[in-house]
Design a binder for this molecule. Structure first.
Ligand code: TYC
Length: 106
């Protein structure tokens, strides 16, 4: 917010106050490849928890399968941590070893 102070001749000068608030640190949720989790399960998880359509989810899954890992989404720290928990819970419940982690970006 600008502050107002009277200057010499009675006129008012607006000074810009340096912006203090930095944008929050963002986190990417990275999913890891393994040899056992079915491709279809990964596609459904990416659709369900990361809001991707089937085609995008399939592309992300194939990228992970080929490269070893891939980014499913970028979120604030708490939301990213929740996504990781949801994926790990779903994988555990289904008996698959699927892993994912969140990591700060930039
Ligand atoms: N590599 C797995 C398979 O061949 C598929 C897979 C893809 C597993 C992505 C995990 O994050 C993953 N069935």
């Amino acid at each position: 917010m600008p502050t107002r102070r009277p200057a010499g001749g009675g006129e008012v000068v607006l000074e810009r106050v340096p912006q203090k608030a930095k944008p929050p640190q963002m986190y990417q949720v990275v999913m890891l490849n393994d040899d056992y989790t079915p491709m279809e399960f990964v596609v459904v998880v990416i659709q369900e928890f990361f809001g991707k359509d089937r085609e995008t989810a399939t592309q992300i899954m194939l990228k992970i399968h080929l490269d070893g890992k891939g980014v499913c989404g970028v979120y604030s720290r708490d939301v990213a941590a929740t996504k990781v928990d949801q994926v790990l819970d779903a994988a555990k419940q289904a008996g698959h070893p699927l892993q994912c982690v969140s990591e700060p970006i930039e």
